[in-house]
Write a protein that binds this ligand. Structure first.
Ligand code: AMP
Ligand code: GLY
Length: 424
């Protein structure tokens, strides 16, 4: 089989490594891919958002199955257009992808179907949004409606900060058209859990839970990033909470999407907060998380391509999705200065003889005549799997410490909170 993967980060690297375990897979094309992915797939320099280029490429290369892994091509209708060519795909169509690409759509869906989430209001007019703040309780959360590279969520401590957020999003258009509407919602507290799931629109199979670490600095300080590390499973996510989530959140969401005429097929990501009032949805993503995928897929025992095909064929109820007993940890090595300004083009050295339980997922690098060099903020994700989380963390950090590029930095406390929960 010839497979097409659209995207080019650590998540796509993890997906491709897993797809490679299926013997029927021959060629994998990755658009655009990166320096590490180039070892397992034919990387072609077509940006994932350059939809015409992606579709032309797919049409010309005898593709048997496509995986659209990145949010913006999904929102732009990449799957709709691949389907129009007769290519089976893993990923939601544009209508279903609205669950991520429009926070207003997602919030209204949850309200209509009684899915627990923070109370909110939607505004299209900045003056009305500013007026609403006069009687609001703080802290409060201001969110741009559309996709904003994970930066469109602003937690505001007081009236002044919230006003500035609304001006930045709606008037200065800091996130472009994503800011034509805003959601203002109640600030919730509690541990966060990421649950990715496979769903064919009718059946849902949650994956093993995980925990992201979004802030740049140790102790959850500093700016928000795309994610500086992950662990799986997430120890806060007990079997009781998993049952509650299935009853109150996962199944109702799948049914709601069906009822709205846009059944969701692909990976539906639930960003949850375990509040005192029970689990609530902070956000949905219409795709695998990054770097959650780099700890979740290494624990998947079943064949990924078989699951993805079952999702496309709507036969997910007929197959088993099995997970390893152990744990996984991923530590991100980032470019100095990330998530603000950082230099690129730094030579990367990775030891050849890393232990077997360690995998280095490449995110922001490229292969040049001089070898591998950095080309992004998050450069590598170093994942280790082990019987225990403690061991996985130790092995991931030991390997990360042997990898070098100028200015590299990582958080030193990935998994610390999770260990405290596990070990008391
Ligand atoms: P997002 O970019 O949508 O993943 O949101 C970034 C982060 O903002 C989330 O992971 C939460 O930590 C935080 N957040 C979003 N909404 C809320 C909320 N209503 N209450 C508290 N924190 C929130
Ligand atoms: N790690 C968060 C996300 O993928 O959105």
């Amino acid at each position: 089989m010839n497979i097409l993967v659209v995207g080019g980060g650590g998540r796509e690297h993890a997906i491709i490594k897993k797809l490679r375990e299926n013997n029927s897979v021959k060629l994998i094309f990755c658009l655009p891919g990166n320096g590490g992915i180039a070892e397992e797939a034919d990387c072609v320099p077509i940006a994932a958002t350059e939809l015409d280029g992606v579709i032309d490429f797919a049409g010309a290369h005898d593709i048997d199955f496509a995986v659209v892994a990145q949010d913006d091509p999904l929102a732009l209708g990449c799957v709709d257009r691949l389907h129009a060519l007769g290519i089976p795909c893993f990923g939601p169509d544009a209508k279903a992808a609205r669950i991520e690409s429009s926070k207003v759509f997602a919030k209204n869906l949850m309200k209509k179907y009684g899915i627990p989430t923070a109370d909110y209001e939607v505004f299209e007019d900045p003056a009305a949004a500013l007026a609403y703040l006069a009687n609001a309780k703080f802290p409060i959360v201001v969110k741009a409606d559309g996709l904003a590279l994970g930066k469109g969520v602003l937690i505001c401590q007081d009236q002044e900060e919230a006003k500035a957020a609304i001006r930045q999003i709606m008037e200065d258009r800091a996130f472009g058209d994503a800011g034509s509407r805003v959601v203002i919602e109640r600030f919730l507290t509690g541990p966060e859990v990421s649950v990715l799931s496979f769903t064919d629109g009718k059946t849902i199979r949650p994956m093993i839970s995980s925990m992201d670490h979004k802030r740049a600095g140790d102790g959850d300080t500093g700016l928000n990033t795309g994610g500086m590390g992950t662990v799986a499973p997430n120890p806060y996510y007990t079997p009781e909470i998993a049952d509650q989530c299935m009853e109150r959140i996962f199944l109702p969401t799948i049914r709601a999407m069906q009822a709205e005429g846009c059944p969701f097929k692909g990976c539906l990501y639930f960003g949850l907060m375990l509040t005192e009032e029970g689990p609530m949805v902070i956000e949905y993503n219409c795709r695998f998380g990054d770097p959650e995928t780099q700890v979740v897929l290494p624990l998947l025992k079943s064949d990924l391509l078989t699951i993805m095909q079952a999702v496309e064929n709507e036969t997910l109820d007929r197959i088993k999705v099995e997970w390893s007993e152990g744990a996984a940890a991923c530590v991100i090595l980032a470019s100095g200065g990330y998530p603000v300004a950082y230099e690129k083009g730094k030579a990367i050295s990775i030891p050849r003889d890393l232990p077997e339980n360690v995998t280095v997922y490449h995110a922001g690098d490229k292969l040049t005549n001089q070898g591998l060099v950095t080309s992004g903020g998050r450069v590598l994700g170093v994942t280790a799997t082990a019987d225990t989380l403690r061991q996985a963390l130790e092995d991931a950090y030991a390997a990360a410490g042997q990898i070098h590029f100028d200015g590299a930095f990582m958080r030193s406390d990935i998994g610390r909170r999770a260990l405290a929960v596990l070990e008391g």
